[in-house]
Design a protein. Structure first.
Length: 236
């Protein structure tokens, strides 16, 4: 079997394992929640977020080091640790502490998802609007490489590396945005806009716009839904 075939087989096995793990975690979470085993339900929820958060951090660090845009990834292991800690408190803490923890859970989850939604909106605005406003200088750039990595679902995602000249200097840039849509071909030239004050900042109209709009819409939906849930809780 060729290396490519072995890699695909390995990816398929890993994807199946993670899918089974996800299904099992959801099943256990529902079972423990229905049977009143809140501590175990929290622990199951926490371990999933913790492990996936660690995987995301390791992937981010291995791909050129930890960057400012990687900060949202920290939310996942922190949520996992918090959920596991909550489970331990409910299982072994005092009755008063248990009651406070259980009473606070709905509000904690609502606030958490509102923060995630706001983060998506900010990230989408940055991608769709801020870069467009600041990257105003047109350049004709050649795609010299396409980086590849795997997302959390173990699907291949890609990020092009561009080479261009500006004010007599040569630049080689990559915005580190990995997607599986609109993958530029190596050797072809594409339309880019750069920040004249910092040519390493680029705006790719065809790749970034769709991603930014999707993030904004998803973030607005999450925030509005959680706001509605919070309103219903306050009026209950």
């Amino acid at each position: 079997m060729s290396n490519n075939g072995r890699n695909k087989a390995t990816d398929a096995v890993i994807s199946i394992v993670f899918l089974l793990w996800f299904v099992a975690s959801i099943g256990l979470l529902i079972y423990f929640a229905k049977t009143g085993k809140t501590a175990l339900a929290l622990s199951v929820f926490g371990q999933y977020f913790l492990v996936f958060g660690i995987i995301g951090l390791v992937s981010s660090i291995s791909d050129g080091g930890f960057k400012l845009k990687s900060l949202p990834i920290l939310l996942f292991p922190l949520v996992g640790i918090g959920a596991i800690a909550g489970g331990i408190i409910i299982q072994y803490g005092s009755e008063e502490l248990k009651k406070k923890c259980i009473d606070a859970l709905p509000m904690i989850f609502i606030i958490l998802f509102i923060i995630i939604g706001v983060g998506l909106i900010i990230g989408g605005l940055y991608s769709a609007i801020y870069l467009k406003l600041t990257c105003t200088e047109y350049v004709n750039a050649e795609c010299v490489e396409v980086k590849k990595q795997y997302n959390r679902n173990h699907n291949e995602v890609y990020c092009p590396v561009y080479s261009f000249s500006y004010n007599g200097q040569n630049y080689k840039v990559c915005n580190d945005i990995y997607t599986n849509t609109y993958i530029p071909a190596v050797g072809q030239c594409y339309e880019l806009y750069i920040n004249p004050n910092n040519p390493m900042k680029i705006y790719e109209p065809l790749r970034v716009k769709g991603t930014g709009v999707f993030m904004i819409i998803l973030g607005v939906v999450i925030v509005c839904f959680m706001g509605f849930v919070l309103h219903m809780m306050n009026n209950a």
